[in-house]
Design a protein around this ligand. Sequence first.
Ligand SMILES: [Zn+2]
Ligand SMILES: [Zn+2]
Length: 234
Amino acid sequence: MPNIVKKTTFPNLLDLLAPHSCRSCSRIGKPFCDRCKNYIILEHENYCPNCKSLNPTGNCKNCPLLPPTFVVTKRGTIIGDLIHDLKYNSVRALAKPLAELLDETLPVIDGKVKIVPLPTINKHIRSRGLDHTYLISKHLAKLRGKNYSVEKLLLRKTSSVQVGSDKETRKAQAKTAYILNEKLKIDHTATYLLFDDVWTTGASMSACLKLLRSAGAEKIILSTLAMSTLDAKS
Ligand SMILES: [Zn+2]
Ligand SMILES: [Zn+2]
């Protein structure tokens, strides 16, 4: 069967023909089983991805300029493998369990919430057949209910890739990599939940945070699935 069909047209049928097995414990059924997912939720503690200290409330005392920031886990855990499989092997079915981990570990947010995924380079979306941060955001909005929506408020301007670049290069690239989607207006009553899959140096998140603030967003929360535990090369 051609790859394109496998990825997009008959996912449910293919699940039946070739059932998933859990990336962590190999149990047949789902690509990430509920038992392994619940283990991560039970073990979850919030850390500040910027200064790496324990940050139970999300408001890091060492980093007063950061808005409330929530991280599911450290990089190097199974979540890193799940993100990798979703992103590079186009295992679409992993978006839902990753969104469930966010749903279980993010606080309750009152009022209207707009999830803003950090945008991926268009060329990568085309070659992978999916937009992973958008897909996870859509699942999260569905799990959280009618007050949540996904808004593509940020767009990718350049196609510079950050993988492997050092901290200063990443910072310089990130400054020019994103722009605001001029078609959309800021809703001053909403909380903007800025979401990225992985926090490495924080350069992308910080560039996007600046853009959202410059557009007038007042209530902002940062969210990521996995953070790097090592200081990035400087
Ligand atoms: Zn498992
Ligand atoms: Zn901090």
